[in-house]
Design a binder for this molecule. Structure first.
Ligand SMILES: [Zn+2]
Length: 298
């Protein structure tokens, strides 16, 4: 087992961190820890750069969603449509949009008719190829897109995979236009399944090696502050009451709507709104802008 004295918190540098569960997805050996001082949650030890490269090239897609680019596109279009409608108020016909980690391009495809241009950055070569076949502008590196250019940059479930999120976000500022907005969506570590129900099978599944960090409303705001953004954090609930009951009953993911013949739309909405009000929802997102008043690190 890992020596605890080697651990230090990414946020506050504190070396006293406590292991919070005894397993992670696929029975791998790293464990989730919480900083005793600031509460930040992370997986330790992280993958080495060599193992991480191999992991994302060979293991990640097959182990985690087992879908090719086309399958991922088809299964993700409903979520892409929900995302476009959620952020429609931010779009204009003059907007130049960039998505970091665009996978096979389903969100860009749904967003493109509402903005001036869409561009994606994606590391997985099969997805780059598929997105391009769909007519999308997909680049393989952030270095391939212009500086001081984008009015809206999206990152859906990407930040938790990044090794040094504060550095990454500082660097990303140069891609934004002076009034550009950055939208970051991540899982919320205060998710009711994790913070309240604490179902063992769910926790064994929830903690995973691909996520270096697990953000809360407080820690997401903190990394954005540190990187020189002003931001507001919003709650979002993606899974419904049926999904939670299914986990409790069967100890595995059950999708959505399992009890729709019993649960009324009003009941589902009430449950969702309660989780969001208490910020124990499964997802959070930030809408951020460059903080012109603070130090603007180059
Ligand atoms: Zn800490």
């Amino acid at each position: 087992m890992t020596k605890q004295e080697e651990i230090s918190c990414y946020i506050c540098g504190n070396k006293k961190c406590s292991q919070i569960h005894d397993n992670i997805r696929y029975n791998l050996s790293p464990r989730p820890f919480r900083c005793d001082q600031c509460g930040f949650v992370f997986i330790y030890p992280k993958m080495t750069p060599e193992i991480e490269k191999e992991f994302y090239e060979k293991t990640y897609r097959s182990a985690y969603d087992n879908q090719d680019a086309k399958g991922l596109w088809e299964s993700s279009l409903p979520e892409a449509k929900r995302r476009v409608s959620r952020f429609m108020d931010l779009f204009s016909t003059d907007s130049k949009l960039l998505e970091i980690g665009c996978a096979s391009g389903y969100f860009l495809f749904e967003a493109k008719e509402h903005v001036k241009s869409v561009t994606g950055v994606e590391l997985t070569k099969d997805y780059v190829k598929y997105g391009r076949e769909k007519g999308l502008d997909v680049r393989e590196s952030l270095n391939d897109v212009p500086d001081n250019y984008y009015d809206i940059i999206f990152m859906f479930h990407v930040l938790e995979h990044i090794d040094d999120p504060i550095y990454f976000l500082q660097d990303l500022k140069k891609k934004l236009s002076p009034t550009g907005k950055l939208i970051i969506e991540v899982p919320n570590v205060e998710d009711v399944l994790v913070s309240v129900y604490r179902i063992k099978n769910h926790l064994d599944f929830y903690w995973e090696i691909a996520h270096n960090y697990y953000f809360s409303k407080i820690s997401l705001k903190h990394v954005l502050d540190q990187a020189g953004y002003q931001s507001v954090i919003y709650p979002l609930q993606r899974y419904d009451l049926s999904n939670h009951m299914y986990w409790m009953q069967f100890g595995k993911p059950g999708g959505q709507g399992y009890y729709n013949s019993i649960f009324t739309p009003a009941l589902l909405a009430e449950y969702e709104n309660n989780l969001k009000d208490k910020f124990i929802c499964d997802t959070i997102y930030a809408i951020a802008e460059k903080n012109c008043a603070g130090t603007d690190l180059k």
